[in-house]
Design a protein around this ligand. Structure first.
Ligand SMILES: [Mg+2]
Length: 296
């Protein structure tokens, strides 16, 4: 195990980062990893990469459950529904329960239900996310930008120019601007594709408005996971491969942050990161995590 008292930053394109608020405010976590009760796992780059599953992650996660620990699979990727990830993780051998899987879309829906009941929403999101919004009873019926109270921008891989224009005009007319998550780039086996943060940057450029984000590393996600698991922050740890979402989530909220070097962060990133942004723990892979948690 490599213990880092100080660490990095990451990968957002330099020209876009200044658009968004400071992500990192350090809060010291408490307790050792072996004492944690809830283990949050990012998905891509952490427990699998594209379609390649990390077998050490499968073994570690099954052992955590057997030991009575709670497991949460949390992804910022709102282009798919929880049901999609349930099937994917099951096929990969993680044997997930539906209530172990949470997405930034789930956090956004929860916020809208509790805080924006009855408001009309224009959603820039895929059909899977649209279906989840509709199942939750969120009104997506507006047909003119003047009718939208809120624009929710997500990782919309079905985006077209007409929908982008609709969203921009609605915001220009006063609609609130929310976004499921801030990630700029999504890695794929063929190279990166523009993610939710990049779509938001286009809207911001056109309207001057900046979104309120959900997902990691934001407060609403801590509240959502806390409510679903019943755990205190000091009992939670998060495993991830990305500094400005996964590790920032821990650093901002007093949750132990564990970086795994199986995804996007490089050794150079770690060398260059500032003290307030360093993960608490860095593991080469999930096998090392298992050794650390289950100390004989
Ligand atoms: Mg990841």
């Amino acid at each position: 195990m490599l213990l880092c008292n100080n660490i990095v930053r990451t990968d957002a394109p330099a020209g876009y980062r200044p658009l968004y608020p400071k992500l990192f405010t350090e809060v010291k976590p408490s307790g050792s990893l072996s004492s944690k009760k809830v283990f949050i796992f990012d998905m891509d780059g952490t427990i699998y990469l594209g379609s390649a599953v990390f077998e050490k992650a499968v073994r570690f996660i099954k052992r955590l459950r057997s030991d009575g620990r709670k497991v949460v699979f949390f992804t910022n990727n709102s282009s798919h529904s929880g049901e999609f990830y349930l099937k994917k993780l099951d096929l990969m051998g993680f044997s997930p329960d539906r209530d172990e899987i949470m997405t930034s879309g789930d956090v956004t829906i929860d916020f809208l239900k509790k805080n924006r009941e009855g408001r009309r929403v224009y959603l820039l999101g895929n059909s899977e996310l649209r279906s989840d919004f509709e199942k939750a009873g969120i009104d997506l019926s507006c047909t003119d930008p003047s009718e939208a109270d809120i624009v929710v921008s997500a990782f919309d891989t079905e985006l077209d120019y007409g929908r982008l224009t609709f969203a921009c005009r609605a915001i220009d007319l006063g609609a609130e601007f929310l976004s499921t998550h801030p990630d700029f780039r999504c890695p794929t086996e063929d190279g990166f594709i523009p993610d939710s943060g990049a779509i938001c940057a286009a809207i911001t450029a056109a309207t001057g408005a900046r979104p309120v984000f959900f997902g990691k590393p934001y407060e609403q996600t801590v509240l959502f996971i806390g409510e679903r698991t019943g755990a205190e922050r000091g009992d939670i740890c998060i495993f991830g491969d990305r500094l400005y979402t996964d590790i920032a989530f821990g650093k901002k909220h007093g949750i132990t942050s564990v970086l795994v070097m199986t995804g996007e962060t490089t050794e150079d990133d770690l060398k260059n990161v500032g003290d307030a942004q360093k993960p608490d723990i860095v593991f080469e892979d999930m096998g090392r995590a298992e050794e650390d948690v289950f100390v004989d």
